[in-house]
Design a protein around this ligand. Structure first.
Ligand SMILES: NC(=O)c1ccc[n+]([C@@H]2O[C@H](COP(=O)([O-])OP(=O)(O)OC[C@H]3O[C@@H](n4cnc5c(N)ncnc54)[C@H](OP(=O)(O)O)[C@@H]3O)[C@@H](O)[C@H]2O)c1
Length: 426
């Protein structure tokens, strides 16, 4: 089986190493060897790992997708504009495709599944969510008969590393981010990790597969972890919680087209919940179904070798399908409907710095009352220089009411600073 590689960076070069090291085993399992016929990169002149055969390199991805001897294309170039064109061209040219590209898949999954169906080829993307953790195939195949109600994942290793350091070392956000950078867990520009967009792309892919409806990254409501403070962790710890950035996809109602809610937000997670114990850069996805109950998938969400392992599994399945003239099931999805913010109900914590003087609580309570928000509890974290930091815990309330109340609270002259709010995960 001759395959073509587009992209030979962290994941691509690990895949080449795996194919070299495990070649005999793979040939035995597949019944024929897997041979890399061509490798497209941006700059073929750049120095490469010693195990990359430089005679295979080209600077043009078109050479890979147009090579008639190549039956299967592995796209590992990342979120560059050419990636979608390369995948479309490969499928249109009758090649099966394996990709790890969450950015592209979260925007074009439905279209690419359709293209693959029409070409009678496969598109596989196990590595696009949670790296080495075999979640996609579980959702696509093993759990296909399940009525899934909710998927909750920690799917971004960078933010989980930062939040773990804040919790365990009791440091502020900036210090935790700087350790993540030093240890290589955060990229030079970590924006897409910190603002929740990387997790949102993965949430869209998980939701599409779990609920059989079209969900793209743009449909995902998201809040990142910027602004989370050591004080938030102090409050969380005192109340038996920790803070995790969660990617949540929920299905409301029994009918297949009933509404979904797909969101990314930092949440207060009970310390006793299995997701609370997911530390550092690990990923985990908690799945709830009607017959199977609760499942948790856990493991390395990134890294060259774990991700290449997921890619290789896809390569073998796609190669097997090509040899046996079969292909994976494709479900053409209809557009999903989503809950609006006034229908998203949760308990929230909302924290603020206020002037430490009489009458302040009454003014704050009046705002909450005006939006029908009922307060379950209030805690005072600290008082410094005449300013008190308060945390309010609400009863179940609509997200929309909380957002509108926050805007009003910010306008009060007694509120010095409104901190971010957190969803309580239940
Ligand atoms: N790294 C991880 O831990 C991880 C985990 C899960 C999923 N993924 C996904 O896996 C994919 C690959 O990630 P990576 O970390 O391996 O990326 P990377 O290290 O940045 O490598 C990207 C590769 O693509 C090549 N490339 C970029 N633009 C190109 C173009 N226009 N034509 C041809 N080749 C081009 C680059 O060429 P040069 O070598 O010449 O620069 C490089 O070899 C991404 O979609 C990523 O989201 C990665």
């Amino acid at each position: 089986m001759r395959i073509g590689l587009i992209g030979c960076g962290t994941v691509g070069s690990s895949l080449v190493a795996l194919l070299r090291d495990e070649g005999d085993l793979l040939a035995d399992r597949l019944g024929e060897p897997i041979e890399i016929a061509r490798i497209a990169v941006r700059d073929p002149e750049r120095p490469r790992e010693g195990w990359i055969d430089r005679s295979l390199l080209t600077g043009s991805w078109r050479e890979v997708v147009s090579d008639p001897a190549i039956e299967l294309v592995v796209e590992l170039m990342g979120d560059v504009p050419e990636a979608i064109d390369a995948i479309r061209s490969a499928l249109a040219g009758g090649k099966s495709v394996v990709s790890a590209n969450k950015a592209v898949l979260s925007r074009h999954l439905s279209e690419l599944e359709e293209l693959a169906g029409r070409a009678e080829r496969d598109i596989f993307f196990e590595a696009a969510v949670a790296g080495g953790v075999p979640l996609i195939r579980a959702l696509r195949v093993s759990l296909f008969g399940e009525r899934l109600s909710r998927i909750v994942g920690i799917v971004n290793g960078t933010t989980n590393f930062i939040l773990t350091r804040m919790q365990e070392d009791e440091v502020e956000f900036e210090e935790a981010l700087s350790s993540a950078r030093k240890l290589g867990y955060a990229e030079a520009d970590p924006t897409s990790d910190l603002d929740g967009s990387d997790a949102a792309a993965k949430a869209a892919i998980m939701a599409s597969l779990a609920f059989g409806r079209k969900v793209t990254a743009a449909d995902v409501r998201r809040t990142g972890i910027e602004g989370v403070s050591a004080g938030d962790f102090l409050f969380a710890k005192r109340n038996g919680w920790t803070i995790k950035l969660l990617a949540v996809a929920e299905h409301f109602g029994a009918a297949p087209d009933s509404p979904l809610n797909v969101e990314v937000f930092p949440a207060l997670v009970p310390s006793s919940h299995p997701l609370a114990g997911v530390r550092d850069s690990f990923n985990a996805v908690f799945v709830e179904g009607n017959a199977v109950g609760e499942l948790m998938f856990f493991g390395p969400g990134a890294g060259g070798m774990p991700t290449a392992s997921a890619v290789l599994g896809d390569v073998i399945e796609a190669a097997h399908n090509l040899r046996t003239a079969t292909r994976a099931r494709v479900v053409i999805q209809e557009q999903a409907h989503f809950l609006t913010a006034d229908a998203i109900l949760a308990r929230f914590s909302i924290s603020m710095e206020v002037l430490d003087e009489p009458g302040v609580l009454a003014r704050v309570s009046e705002v909450f009352g005006g939006f029908g928000i009922s307060i379950a509890r209030m805690e005072q974290l600290e008082v410094e220089d005449g300013v008190a930091r308060l945390v309010f815990l609400t009863h179940r309330t609509a997200l929309d009411s909380l957002e509108r109340a926050s805007l009003e609270l910010e306008k009060l002259d007694v509120v010095v600073r409104l901190h971010r709010s957190f969803r309580v995960f239940t």
